[in-house]
Design a protein around this ligand. Structure first.
Ligand SMILES: Nc1nc2c(c(=O)[nH]1)N[C@H]1C(S)=C(S)[C@@H](COP(=O)(O)O)O[C@H]1N2
Ligand SMILES: [Mo]
Length: 339
């Protein structure tokens, strides 16, 4: 029998999370479930993040079937202010080590559960208004402040980074993001020494994103990182993809990208960044805690309870690769997890 070595993020939360954080999270989850009048959310979500078997990445289709082209630019999200910043200069430090994913393949296959449980989010985002946009940085910091998109473009120098992306469902892609390190944003607001975590929150507008009306799910989408992870150079505040502003389905107008973690950590369309001393509750960890941990680092040795994480398939080509620990970013982040 093949015994897989269990990692800290794969053992029950109660065994490695400090008692108080654990209790707080448990209370959060219990309250959420009680509000919903259900005992175990996981059992009621046949659609939830579902491995590669359910809807495999599109590969070759019969020659007589012709899909309409997927829009790869979004005029609504481009203005004179933004377009002058694209494309940004490529940062040569980052390379995929694989072929870049075709932009149309990336545009037509992604997760954005506010709009749909299918992978075709691009078909459901028409009502979503990513401009104008504001986000707030608050919590345990000396200089909390709000940013609109003009502030972002004036304050930060954008760069392009070739990053791998690995969804927990086993599909993967290689895309060029445009953005700037989250550490630059955090330094501006002057985190206090007590700030141990950074919490993120997505917009909350059920009229534009109808699945946010779903009462059994903990909307709005939330995510979180430790302060060390947030300050790591890899963590990118992202405003663009393929040399232009983000398409709506990719999380316009501003999102986070953490390429060494499973894709669900890379939260889209954020309106709030909060410095805190407690591990924040997150969307997936609240919904199905035994399947989605807070840390969620890519690791081929730790299977998802319902599927293996050893292999991954590239969007578009369907090419399969062995999954690499930290998604290949061990040199950048391995030291965060040494002890
Ligand atoms: N707000 C929000 N952010 C989200 C999601 C989501 O449903 N809502 N899905 C996540 C998942 S599971 C993945 S794999 C990536 C996919 O994003 P991309 O392919 O557009 O980069 O977004 C992540 N961020
Ligand atoms: Mo994902």
């Amino acid at each position: 029998m093949n015994y897989l070595r269990r990692q800290i993020w794969d053992i029950p939360e109660s065994k490695h999370t400090s008692e108080s954080v654990y209790r707080e999270r448990k209370t959060h989850r219990r309250e959420f479930l009680e509000r919903m009048g259900i005992a175990s959310a996981g059992l009621l979500l046949p659609w939830a993040l579902s491995g590669c078997n359910e809807e495999a990445p599109p590969t070759v289709q019969p020659a007589n079937v012709v899909d309409p082209p997927v829009p790869v630019a979004d005029p609504e999200n481009e203005s004179p202010t933004t377009s002058s910043h694209y494309p940004a200069k490529r940062n040569p430090k980052f390379e995929y080590g694989r072929d870049e994913t075709d932009r149309e393949e990336a545009a037509k296959y992604c997760n954005f559960y506010e709009f749909t449980t299918s992978k075709s989010a691009y078909k459901y985002v028409d009502k979503f208004q990513p401009t104008p946009w504001e986000f707030e940085v608050d919590g345990l910091c000396g200089k909390p402040r709000k940013f609109d998109l003009d502030d972002v473009y004036k304050t930060f120098t954008l760069q392009e980074r070739a990053y791998r992306h690995r969804c927990v469902e086993t599909w993967a892609m290689c895309v060029p993001w445009t953005g700037f390190p989250l550490s630059e944003l955090l330094k501006l607001v002057e985190p206090k020494p007590e700030a141990k975590f950074v919490a993120f929150e997505t917009f909350n507008r059920p009229k534009e994103a109808p699945r946010m009306n779903e009462p059994t799910e903990p909307w709005p989408y939330t995510e979180g990182l430790t302060i060390e992870e947030a300050m790591n150079d890899l963590t990118l505040v992202t405003t663009g993809i393929y040399g232009q502003p983000l398409l709506k389905q990719h999380g316009a107008p501003i999102r986070i990208v953490t390429p060494w973690k499973y894709g669900f950590k890379s939260i889209k369309s954020i309106v709030k960044v909060t410095l805190t001393d407690k591990q924040p509750a997150t969307f997936w960890n609240t919904l199905i805690p035994h399947e989605y941990g807070f840390r969620a680092n890519v690791n081929p040795e730790v299977p998802h309870p319902r599927w293996s994480q050893r292999r991954e398939r590239m969007l578009g080509t369907g090419e399969a690769f062995d999954t690499v620990v930290y998604n290949g970013y061990g040199d950048f982040v391995g030291k965060l997890y040494k002890s």
